[in-house]
Design a protein around this ligand. Structure first.
Ligand code: NIG
Ligand code: FE
Length: 412
């Protein structure tokens, strides 16, 4: 199968596979008036229209007036969940805080309660619906966390659901084990006993059944301490999982430094990162992943993206799609928020959701840019005047045609 896309107004992100740090994030390599040739699921060739060779293509698309982007990569989601939580939304509107909702048995624990009732089939079906929804918005690879099981049985159920999704999903999926998401009520007064189960029991099965690539923990007051983080991360590493952790969301507890020390692939949230965290990140390969739609929905502080970039770091942006703090996986909207609320420039947000995001999910050799041999997951925009139009016109969807594995995507 081959597909030729002709007369592309601008082919975006024709960079190699290196991540973009600091000032480089403002640079976006593009090719005006271009063609792109896809063959056998991969990018085969691209160049200027004036130099187009003769291709024998099975299909052709004329992209006049349109931009072509590599698919976005969403590196932080919790899209396997039983039900939405609009009740908490209403409490929140009336003034309850995230911590108050959690302390009253809402929040993550509420989803955990509902997860017990849901069958694996139901969980697969609802998550697949969400995947289809975000694919149409430009997402071409996704990370999914467990973390609403909070017991041996529940966590394994979630991870097995994610494994099934990997098999049927139209886009690449990576799994993260987040057994330490909230403290289960039965271990409220002795969470170390629950961590014992994570460390001594869950991880053994996860390794045996190859259920996850990454290990996560929510290091936050009222959830898990830095010491807990150390235990869980070290145990995860022993079982072949790389750290990718929730840190500094509400309080700066040293999680960034712990992540960096353990070669975390990314440290995520960072609303309250301080100087020490920034210094640690500077000397590391760890990507700083920011989740602006979570700050927006919770009406809380946004992460200091400008400072992180100005200090020379590589920033990526993800949706955090989950029922409690970001009930949307629309990365176009996250990009708008990153510009408007975090003062990132349009080029910076595009780098943040493509090549830098690819690094945050270890997909940089397969995705994240338009390069020969990479997976042909990309999208063609509606006719628009400039790339800035995407974050500028917040709430609009400019993704017109989605192409996955070299073929026009039709909803399954
Ligand atoms: O990333 N911070 C912890 N976990 C999620 C919230 C999950 C939930 O409320 O269901 C987050 O924001
Ligand atoms: Fe999260």
């Amino acid at each position: 199968m081959s597909l030729l896309i002709k007369n592309i107004k601008s082919l975006i992100q024709i960079t190699g596979s290196a991540k973009k740090c600091g000032k480089e994030m403002k640079k976006l390599d593009v090719l005006e008036n271009a063609f792109l040739f896809l063959k056998d699921e991969k990018i085969e060739a691209f160049g200027k229209m004036e130099n187009i060779p003769h291709f024998k293509a099975d299909n052709e698309i004329d992209a006049i007036g349109r931009f072509v982007f590599p698919s976005y990569i969403d590196t932080h989601t919790h899209i396997v969940f039983p039900q939405s939580r609009e009740k908490e939304f209403e409490l929140k509107i009336k003034g309850a805080t995230y911590e108050e909702i959690a302390a009253a048995g809402g929040g993550i624990l509420n989803s955990a309660k509902m997860l017990k009732q849901a069958t694996e089939e139901e969980l697969v079906a609802s998550a697949m619906k969400r995947i289809n929804e975000v694919v149409k918005l430009g997402t071409g690879a996704i990370e999914i966390k467990s973390g609403y099981g909070l017991s041996m049985e529940g966590e394994l159920k979630m991870l097995r659901v994610i494994k099934k999704i990997k098999k049927i999903s139209p886009i690449p999926v990576k799994a993260t084990f987040l057994g330490a998401h909230a403290v289960p009520p039965e271990y409220k007064n002795d969470r170390s006993k629950y961590i014992d189960i994570i460390v001594n029991e869950m991880l053994t099965v996860i390794e045996k059944e190859k259920l996850a690539e990454y290990i996560d923990i929510f290091i936050e007051k009222g959830f898990y301490s830095l010491e807990d983080g150390k235990r869980v991360i070290e145990a995860g590493k022993k079982h072949g999982l790389k750290p990718k952790i929730h840190v500094d969301q509400m309080n700066e507890l040293g999680g960034v430094q712990l992540g960096v020390k353990n070669n975390a692939v990314s440290v995520d949230h960072l609303e309250n990162i301080g100087e020490e965290g920034i210094t640690a990140l500077k000397n590391s390969k760890t990507i700083a992943t920011l989740l602006p739609s979570c700050s927006f929905y919770l009406n809380m502080k946004f992460p200091p993206a400008r400072k992180l970039i100005d200090e020379g770091l590589a920033v990526s942006i993800a949706s955090d799609y989950n029922p409690g703090s970001s009930p949307s996986g629309n990365l176009n909207f996250s990009m708008s928020l990153a510009c408007i609320k975090m003062k990132m420039m349009p080029e910076e947000v595009i780098n943040a959701v493509t090549i830098n995001a690819a690094h945050a999910l270890e997909l940089e050799n397969e995705m994240g840019s338009i390069a020969k041999g990479k997976l042909a997951n990309l999208f063609i925009t509606k006719p628009i005047s400039s790339i800035a139009c995407i974050p500028y016109s917040f709430g609009n969807n400019f993704v017109d045609t989605v192409i996955l594995k070299g073929k026009v995507y039709k909803e399954i």
